[in-house]
Design a protein around this ligand. Sequence first.
Ligand code: FE
Length: 245
Amino acid sequence: MDTDDRTIGQILSRRQVVALLGASGYAMLARRPHVRALAQGVGQAPPACVVRPQQTEGPYFVDTQLHRADIRSDPSDGTIKAGVPLALGIVVSRLSEQACTPLPGVMVDIWQCDADGVYSGVQDPRFSTLNQKFLRGYQLTGADGAARFTTIYPGWYQGRTVHIHFKLRSPATQRPGYEFTSQLYFQESVTDAVFAKAPYAARGRRSTLNANDGIFRRGGAELMLATSMQDVGYAATFHVALEGV
Ligand code: FE
């Protein structure tokens, strides 16, 4: 059953990539089985060089061009979103047949909902936050391929498990460019612990777990954050390798 879901997910991803990115994106995904074999093979590539599945951008991406590491505040009034702190690192590598190397200059965007399940910058049946930009921002990867953010543990909204969206884009000057969009997920046991606390607890039981989220089932197991406790919150570093860029 798992295998069925995964197969379907890959087919959908390819379609989406073909629609969104054209032939170069298709080639990137199409070569994935080969890339996987290399990454898991005889030690030519370090373990950090793991190709991840793309997932849907969803309805809440806004290209705010907001360059910042701490995305908890809303620039319109300076208010800071309440929630359990999360230090999130995203480390981007370039995987070729010869080597796995850090990929500098990548524009890494993340966006997520707040503890109440609300996104900024959108008109939605549930809320209107059009002039706000909380919990959005991008960082450029450094020489080590890393982009580091300070955010909060996301809340939840109807029909989705807990997640953070991310998008990787090539430096503006690079031609041809590339774009890679996906989502990050959390262990249910960690979410249970976080949601037992304020301000998350006020919303009651979440509607959807990883196992019954249709988007998660299309590759989410390869998009899990390994969180560790840090100070009053959590920290996680996620490695993603791009091939053909
Ligand atoms: Fe979302």
